[in-house]
Design a protein around this ligand. Sequence first.
Ligand code: UDX
Length: 429
Amino acid sequence: MEICVVGAGYVGLTSAAVLADCGHSVCCVDTNREKIQLLNQGEVPIFEPGLKELITNNRSRLTFSNSVIENIGKYPVIFIAVGTPSAPDGQTDLTYVNSVVDLIAHSITSYKTIITKSTVPPGTNEGIFHKLIEKGVNPQLFNIVSNPEFLREGTAIADMLHADKIVVGKQKDDQRSLDIIKEIYQKIDAPYIVTTLSGAEMIKYASNAFLATKISFINEIARICDKYEVNVEDVRKGIGLDPRINPHFLQSGLGYGGSCFPKDVRSLEHSALKKKVTPIILQAVQSVNYTQVDYYIEKLLTVIPGFTEMTVAVLGIAFKPQTDDTRYSPAVQLIERLSAMNPMVHTYDPKARLPFAKKENVIQYENITQAITGADCIIIATDWDEFKQLDWVEIKKLMNGHCIVDARNCIDPESVEQCGLRYIGVARS
Ligand code: UDX
């Protein structure tokens, strides 16, 4: 198939590369000149394991271009994969999606299947249909499909190639799109969920909101465990063995971050309020998450005497491992709070850079040894494998103090304590 993917961001690039790998001829377009230039030079503007190789291996079927309207006009299948950031009031800002729809309206002369990959609130794809009609586009010339993605940063390619489902939202009278989608994804073996346009949009939001709920739930349980000196890891294992609960997304820590959960839960709350539904659970989920970093700092102030006088080394800046993404990163929030409190904050991340302007008492080091040297306390804020495999005997020699704070419950307490260091996890007595 001939496919034009609009947007060379996270979702657009991964989708374009995977679709090319499935044998389609793909053109990925973006208005950002720098990004397209980099891609045409064989570089990838984001860090995602395996993406560079996948793009390189499929270059014969994959092109990158700034000529957005020309390519939208040329290709019969259009994937909309542009950003849908949060507006200040929490609703989704659809500016980029709307501008793609305008370009489609201006350039359409032959039949197109328009597939929305971007995460958009319920009702948006219906709105796109009406917008195109209002702009005078013949309804026989296009169909709209809502086909949300469920890929995670760091494992995006595998998540798309081995998807657990393919969600297809279509209009009732649309007889063509499902066959086209099946042809596009014929190399991907996954069950299809066919629903309405808004049904597909809702599946995406409900999915992210449910996962965020699991995380806030276990973080709240961890707060209670703390007070009763119960190890939350035992609780996680205990409840996770029940197949109705399962063990995934029950890792307590500093809370969820990233480009999806915070913005999508907020957007779903907004969609609910717009229809006069009070989303009590969604509001509670966010409330736990917003306060999680502060809750944890309060705990450190109580359990570590003289904490505010300490030089702290924060390991991890990214919102999770295997990515350089720092959007809504709890690690960044933690560094900002500590910088307002402690005399000196050292930090290190294998991939991510600090997203804020230089602060006098925050230093990002290029290697972990420098970051740890002279620290009174180390806080593991992102669960990179590199941090899980640290040699604590060597670490102790470099440190000035002896506190190891595992804010992701990702290391073995015994391995730390055996070396004469103090281990402080999240509700891990
Ligand atoms: C998420 C969804 O998983 C994915 O399906 C959707 O398409 C996009 O949003 P992503 O944002 O890449 O993916 O990250 P994810 O792995 O889901 O983690 C999100 C956040 O939750 C991270 O900050 C992570 O550290 C945190 N998390 C995750 C926990 O705190 N505990 C857990 O048990 C799992």
